[in-house]
Structures are given as C-alpha cells and as structure tokens.
Ligand binder design. Structure first.
Ligand code: ZN
Ligand code: ZN
Length: 318
C-alpha cells in the first residue's frame, strides 16, 4: 500500500468579516472629534486597526495576528505620540494572556517608510516585544533571507505560520505577509486601493510576478494593504486630505494582483489608472513637471522680450 499525497493540500482558511465602515475622517476634524484608532475584529485571532484620517492623512491600516505562542503586528502607523495615537496600549489590550502574562509580540513592517513605523517607539520599553529592524540589511538578516528578493521566509506564531515574501519596488525593504490561517495577503503599499508609488519599476514588476507565482497554489481570501486612497469610483483623494467620503473597499482580490505584471508592462512611466489602483512614478512626474515649468518660463521670457522689442520699434518709428 502506498499513500498518495497531493503536493499542495492547503487547509481551508478561517473566514472572517469585513462588514465594517472604516472611519472616513471629516471635512473639519476639529469640529468632529473622533477616535484616533478603529479596531475591527476580522475573526477572533485577527484584528484590523485603522488610524483615523483626522489623526493622520495617511490613515494607515495595521494588522494584528494572534497565534498560540506569539502575536504579530504588521506596521505601527504614521503617528508616534501615544497621547494622539494610543497604539501600544490598544494592542496590549487585544493580546490574550498566556501563563499569566501577555502573549509575546513581534512588531514587523511592510517597509521602512515612516508612516508604517512611526509608532515603533511606543513598544520600545515593553517586555516580551521584539521589533524587526527597518533597514534593508536588518530586515534580510532578521527573516534570514539568503537570496533576496527570491526565497520565502516564515514566522511561526504557534499553530499559525505567516510567510514573508520580498516585494521591493515601492521601497527596497518592502515585504508582503501571507497568513496561512486566514488566507489573507497583507500587502502594505505594494498593492492597495490607492497610488502605487514606484521607486524601481523593474523590481516592482518582478515582485508582482513573484507574488502571483507564490499564490498560484494557495488559497487567497483577500489582499489587505496599508491605505485606502481612492473613492468607490476609483478616483484618488487629494493628497493630504483628512476626509475620505465614500471610500473604496479595503480588500482587493486575486484578479487585481494577476493584472499587476501586465499593468507594469503597459505603463507609460508616469501615471496610469486601473480599476482598483493607480500606477505612478513620483520622480518621473516631478521631472516632467520641472521640464514643463522650464518650457513655460522660456516661452514667457521669449514673449516678453518680443513684446518689449515691438514696443521699442513702435516707439522709435513714432
Ligand atoms: Zn510606502
Ligand atoms: Zn504607506
């Protein structure tokens, strides 16, 4: 007798709820005080935290994943001051006890941009909290990547393994987290209903291909990113806005990911709108704007000089 095992017999993901209205901020935040942090229980061991658009225009989404030995916090958001943003306090309240102590916590980041790690110092003096470094070498060493950006690292939370997938392109330190328990990909700024800001287009495209390949044989329930920057019609809010009326849903799907490599292949290098995200290269756009500004200036100077010459000619003829 021999056993036939399927190569990828993944267990069914634990389902949760995304039936929630995220805090949309306000046109006048001072007149409309609101909680700085919204906590949504997706399922009993998975929490989604949203920083209020009034507390920070970045309005980051943070994620707390609880295992039986450890918990993982993905990103610490855009606000450092615990009085403005009681992040560590809220997380400690959510953490279950084990052996009469709080469950140990690992604080990790999707990438090093400040809006994903400004809350780190709130955890610095807490016992049983370990924070992943934010620099490139530190990230690689911590997760023991030997062949970055290829290869997958794993974080075992006890009965819950989270895969760490290198996704450079938006930022060189970017990683995405795939949670085997819920089948969710936590995608940070790599893929979200917002502006996908491109730092390295070739690396970004390869990351998209890498994640598509990784997920080919795995269940994927949702892709949850770091921000919502679009409304339901796919239009971006003004940069820096504290008011997000009629927000796009947070969750993206496998189709959005699968479309990403092709979106890069057809990208004009500046700006491209897709149904659920916008590709944009801020450096290229800045250079283009600078060139246009210089061109406009040259035309104005040329026009003024021409006008002055004509006036002088007219004056000498009279
Ligand atoms: Zn970022
Ligand atoms: Zn961000």
């Amino acid at each position: 007798m021999f056993l036939v095992t399927t190569p990828h017999a993944w267990s069914q993901p634990v389902l949760g709820s995304l039936d929630v209205h995220w805090n949309e901020g306000a046109p006048d935040c001072t007149a409309t005080p609101q909680d700085p942090l919204q906590v949504h229980t997706y399922e009993p061991q998975t929490f989604i935290l949203r920083q209020s658009p009034c507390a920070t225009f970045e309005a980051n989404f943070l994620y707390l994943l609880v295992g039986s030995d450890k918990a993982l916090l993905i990103d610490t958001g855009a606000v450092a001051d615990p009085k403005e943003m009681p992040l560590a306090k809220t997380i400690l309240e959510l953490l279950p006890d084990k052996d009469h102590k709080k469950l140990p916590l690992l604080v990790a980041h999707t990438h090093r941009h400040l809006d994903h790690r400004a809350g780190d110092p709130q955890f610095a003096s807490l016992p049983s909290v370990q924070t992943v470094p934010i620099d490139f070498d530190g990230v690689r060493a911590f997760f023991r990547f030997t062949n970055w950006p290829d290869g997958i690292a794993h974080v075992d939370l006890g009965g819950r393994v989270v895969d760490v997938i290198p996704t450079p392109g938006h930022n060189s330190t970017h990683v995405a987290f795939y949670d085997g328990r819920t089948g969710i990909l936590f995608s940070g700024d790599f893929l979200m209903p917002g502006r996908l800001l491109i730092e390295d287009s070739a690396a970004y495209r390869k990351s998209a291909v890498r994640v598509v390949d990784f997920l080919k044989t795995r269940p994927l329930t949702h892709i949850l990113g770091g921000h919502i920057e679009l409304n339901a019609a796919g239009r971006a809010y003004r940069f820096g806005s504290h008011y997000h009326p009629n927000e796009h849903r947070l969750e993206l799907a496998r189709e959005d990911l699968i479309a990403l490599p092709a979106a890069f292949e057809s990208f004009n290098g500046f700006y491209a709108r897709h149904p659920n995200y916008i590709l944009t290269n801020p450096i290229h756009n800045l250079v283009a704007q600078a060139i246009i500004a210089v061109a406009v200036l040259i035309v104005i100077i040329w026009g003024v000089r021409r006008l002055l010459r004509r006036r002088r000619r007219a004056a000498s003829a009279s």
